[in-house]
Design a protein around this ligand. Sequence first.
Ligand code: SF4
Ligand code: SF4
Length: 200
Amino acid sequence: MDTVRRLTMTGRTHDLRLICTITAVLGRAVLGRAASRPGGFGNERLRNFRPFWETKRLHEMNAREWESLCDGCGLCCLIRFEDEETSEVIPTRVSCQLLDQITCRCKDYANRKATVPDCIKLDPYNIDKLPWMPRSCAYRRLHEGKDLPAWHPLRTGDPESPHAAGVTVRGQTISEAVLAEPEDALDFIAFDLLADRSEG
Ligand code: SF4
Ligand code: SF4
């Protein structure tokens, strides 16, 4: 490999994700109360309730729904290289300088482009052009016709559940900020990061 290109990726604004998680929890509570009222939802209606990620395609989701899909795993904020001759993607456990290694969230999402201009924003129309996105990523999974994993915050109502399931990169990375040269990331190649973490 003599020519490489750095790839980084994001699809998230975590404030919106948290709002949607709370909304999902409240939604379940409201549904539960409604079901217990005379004339409220019956068990049949509850059984038929389907969340937005099962009924909408990615491009049909509103901004809040879209952002809520990000589980905060941090896998897409690791440095990758691409062999320009073979297109092979080389994963490393070096994280973007703006990734908080404990929360696995971007430390300056709103202004990240000023520091990391090659950070790409994920949208419904470029997901199919990014085959290196993690297999456990909700955007990739839904794009491939799969469901959300059991540990996803939209299912659990708990933003910590991906960490508890061992899906995130918490405690598994070093920051590019400590490298002398960007290419030093090649000393931390980690093909295990290509494994599908969907099962936790
Ligand atoms: S890989 Fe993880 S952090 Fe990145 S967009 Fe997908 S779910 Fe969010
Ligand atoms: S700038 Fe933020 S969102 Fe983009 S790759 Fe870095 S940590 Fe992730």
